[in-house]
Structures are given as C-alpha cells and as structure tokens.
Write a protein that binds this ligand. Structure first.
Ligand code: FMN
Length: 191
C-alpha cells in the first residue's frame, strides 16, 4: 500500500511510529527552581553528534521541554528492563510541579556538571546543556543539548567497554509495543 500522511493510511492506527522503530528512549529529567523536579520518557530522542556529543528530544511543548528551555539544562537517563514499568508510569499526564521521581518511586541523584536531578540507578546518564530549541511544524518542539557529563554504572563497564549486555536495553516500537535488546552481533566495516 501507499499513503500520504495528510490523507491518512486508512489503517485502524497510525503506522508511522511502528515504521520508525526501534527508537531509543530518553528518560528526561529536569528541574525548575520553585517548581521542583520532573521526569518523563521521550522516544523522539537520539544522538545527533559525536564530537562534541549532542543529543535531541522532541514532542509537544510539555513540562520537559518547557523546563529544559527555562533552566538551560536537562539530563537523559537510559532505560533498562528493570525500570521499564516505572519509566512508563512517569509518562502519566500530571499537573506541572508534580515530581514523577517521588510519584513513581524512582531513586534520585544529583547531576555533577549541571543543577539537575538524574535517575540514581540508570545504566547511563547524559548531563546536557541546552544548545538549541527548534519550533517545528505542528507545534512540535525539538531540544538539542550538548553533553557535559556522562555517568556509567559500574557494573556496565566490562573489559573497558560500556557493555549493553550487562543490562537489558529497552526500545520503543509502534503502538504500545517495546523491544528488549537481547542479542548483540559485531560487524567490521568495509575498507
Ligand atoms: C515510551 C514513551 C515514549 C514517549 N515519547 C514521547 C515523545 O517522544 N514526545 C512526546 O511529546 N511525548 C512522548 N511520550 C509521552 C510523554 O512521556 C508524556 O506526554 C508525559 O506526560 C510528558 O511529561 P512532561 O510534561 O513531564 O514532559 C512518550 C511516552 C512513553 C511511555
């Protein structure tokens, strides 16, 4: 089949996010003075630069984006199977100012290079300083951050590598679906 997005697919549910999958999940933590701490998942998330390291997340102009723009900093926490359900719980639409760390029982720690909370037990956390805020068609907002500090959980470091088989990474598919990464293969690039 073929369809144009503006005409709709005719399918019971929009297949777009199932097509663009699996997507990594950025579990975004932010802090705004006076309003407290915030935590929410974003699968419109990815790395967009290596040197310097740059990451983005995007979506409705909700608390995470508003806070990241107001504070000028945010943190990206990596999700594993052990925190999968808590991650989902933090996506509940709650009033601005409600701390999802407290609401969902997620242990909190302080970032090192920025004034921002982070998920204490995450396999990894990226501390970020706001680089750009882009307003895209459809009132979609994209935030790009420069990574200023990286936490790697000790048990994920094996033989000098950040070993993603030390935990079970979680990725977002379409609909209500997720993938757990259980199989890793290496491949040399061609000359
Ligand atoms: C796995 C997952 C991924 C999500 N990805 C996005 C996303 O990329 N953009 C978005 O706007 N909302 C996304 N959501 C929904 C937000 O997490 C939800 O609207 C949340 O309430 C936003 O919280 P905030 O207002 O504290 O930022 C996602 C939800 C889940 C469970």
């Amino acid at each position: 089949m073929f369809y144009r997005p503006e005409a709709g697919s005719g399918l019971p549910h929009n297949p777009f996010k199932a097509v663009v999958s699996p997507r990594p999940i950025g579990w975004i933590s932010t802090r705004v003075g006076g309003l407290g701490d915030n935590l929410a998942p974003y699968s419109f998330f990815n790395a967009v630069g290596d040197s310097p390291p740059l990451v983005m997340f995007a979506g409705d102009p909700n608390d995470s984006i508003t806070n990241a723009c107001a504070a000028g900093v945010f943190a990206v926490n990596i999700v594993e199977k052990a925190t999968w359900r808590k991650m989902n719980a933090t996506s509940a639409r709650v009033a601005r100012g409600v701390d999802e760390f407290v609401l969902c029982g997620v242990a909190k720690a302080e970032c090192t290079t920025i004034d921002c909370p982070r998920v204490a037990d995450a396999p990894a956390t990226l501390e970020c300083v706001l680089e750009r805020h882009l307003v895209l068609p459809g009132d979609n907002h994209m935030v790009i951050g420069r990574v200023t500090g990286i936490h790697l959980r000790d048990d994920c470091l094996r033989d000098g590598r950040f070993d993603v088989t030390a935990y079970v990474p979680v990725a977002r598919l379409g609909y209500k679906d997720y993938a757990f990464v259980r199989e890793v293969r290496s491949l040399d690039r061609p000359e």
